[in-house]
Ligand binder design. Structure first.
Ligand code: S3P
Length: 466
């Protein structure tokens, strides 16, 4: 059985009968400059995107799926709780080992309470596609961060199935969804490069008779396409004339349970990786990191900046490319990141900004407007993280500019993380190399994606004192 602690934070509270969401207790952290090089070998937790999808797709497949390496962060535990509320059986059998069986495509049951997706935009958006394509009424909410994020980007296309949505002003959660047992298949061109929106459309297409077609202007992470195929769906992908991609899914597939091995999350590996690049003399290895080419924009960018970053033992595990990363401290120089690379590193800009702040020369990250609608307004929050610690920055149109300090980040600032795990981890990396300590208002949201972060970083010598 799932232990009491292994539930999403807000669900846990609701299960205890609390109807009001309260602010989780803040966990501030003061990070001082590392006293010695970082060294050793670590393994980061399972990929968050793949973990959400594994739980959802296994619940839509006939039979029993065994998942290994599942991320047991709060975001993913919210998905597990939601799938259970919809009639699936999702049980933890050991650390990262889950057994999931579900009623199959079109067979989920109406949840008897509000679905609480915590801090997770991926869980909320992907689940919308599933809920819109089942003949049931459901209500979804989330924490204060998720309740600020736009859901219209999925409501608009999904309305084409015939489902109806009722959300707060601006398409914000809580949101009620009246789904249909016989939804219409969608043909949709994404107006923004978003794997979440693409996935919501494809998930709605699972229970629609006929072909669902999605066109994306720029390729975004393709874990949904890969995993749907793994479970037996007929999914084809072709290049669009404008350089994007056209994805076609044949509806009502017979999804069959297949085991899933979740690789280490490259977006989580980003934090120890950048820390090791910046702390003088460091040399670390991160084992088993997912290297899907639609996720590795940060690695390419850091190599362009002069990072000593080697990929060792490249292999395929569970259908995804995986490798070990050896990282050695390196003198970095400024870089210009083109806008078309953004989808392959969208979650990595805050920690890249810290690397750029420590580098010599100016860096420009082009076309990063999507950062405004992440767990926080990450564009504003990353700028504040740097400026409050003495680093000069600018926002020019949709570009972010960082003026490198050539190894002299003054630090001494307070960082507001706005319920955003990646802001908290990026600030902690900055503290390891800043001249004066960096004060982080709250690290509790790190639990959403990387529960072992502080301990793991301490195991390579970060010296965080919680
Ligand atoms: C995700 C897609 C990205 C990313 C998020 C995870 C996914 O969001 O930022 O952390 O698993 O599909 P968008 O699709 O909104 O860019």
């Amino acid at each position: 059985m799932v232990s009491g602690g292994l539930t999403c934070r807000l669900t846990r509270r609701n299960e205890q009968g609390m109807t009001q969401q309260t602010t989780p207790s803040h966990r501030p952290l003061r990070v001082s400059r590392a006293q010695a090089p970082l060294s050793g070998s670590i393994r980061v937790p399972g990929d968050k995107s793949i973990s959400h999808r594994a739980l959802m797709f296994a619940s839509l497949a006939k039979g029993t799926t065994h998942i290994s390496g599942l991320l047991e962060g709060e975001d993913v535990l919210c998905t597990a709780a939601a799938m259970r509320a919809l009639g699936a059986d999702a049980v933890q059998e050991g650390p990262g080992q889950w057994r999931v069986s579900g009623p199959g495509v079109g067979q989920l049951k109406e949840p008897d309470n509000v679905l609480d997706m915590g801090n997770s935009g991926t869980a909320a958006r992907l689940l919308s596609g599933i809920l819109a394509s089942h003949g049931m009424t459901s209500v979804m909410t989330g924490d204060a961060s998720l309740r600020r994020r736009p859901m219209k980007r999925v409501m608009d296309p999904l309305a084409g199935t015939g489902a109806t949505f009722l959300a707060r002003e601006g398409g914000r959660l809580p949101m009620a969804i009246r789904g249909l047992a016989d939804p219409k298949p969608l043909d949709y061109r994404l107006p923004v490069a978003s794997a979440q929106v693409k996935s919501a459309v494809l998930l709605a297409g699972l229970n629609a008779v006929g072909e669902t077609r999605v066109e994306e202007p720029v390729a975004t992470r393709d874990h949904t396409e890969n995993m749907l195929r793994h479970f037996g769906a007929d999914v084809s992908v072709e290049k669009a004339p404008d350089g994007g991609r056209i994805i076609r899914l044949q509806g009502r597939p017979n999804l069959v349970a297949r085991d899933v091995v979740v690789p280490g999350d490259p977006s989580s590996a980003a934090f120890p990786l950048v820390a090791a690049l910046l702390v003088a003399g460091s040399d670390i290895t991160i084992f088993g990191v997912g290297l899907n080419p639609l996720r590795t924009g940060l690695f390419t960018t850091l190599q362009e900046m002069g990072a000593q970053l080697e990929i060792l033992n490249a292999r395929t595990e569970g259908g995804e490319p995986v490798g070990d990363l050896r990282v050695r401290a390196s003198a970095l120089k400024g870089v210009e990141v083109p806008p078309e690379r953004a989808p392959s590193m969208i979650d990595e800009y805050p920690v890249l900004a810290v690397a750029a702040a420590y580098a010599s020369g100016v860096s420009r990250f082009c076309g990063v407007e999507e950062l405004r609608v992440k767990e926080s307004d990450r564009l504003a929050a990353t700028i504040a993280l740097l400026e409050n610690n003495g680093v000069r920055t600018a926002v020019e149109g949709n570009d972010m500019v960082v003026y490198g300090t050539a190894g002299h980040i003054p630090g001494g600032g307070k960082v507001e993380t706005h319920m955003d795990h990646r802001l908290a981890m990026s600030a902690s990396v900055m503290g390891l190399v800043a001249e004066k300590p960096v004060e982080i208002d709250d690290t509790s949201f790190i639990e959403t994606s990387f529960p072992q972060y502080l301990d793991l970083m301490n195991s390579i010598g970060a010296g965080f004192v919680a």
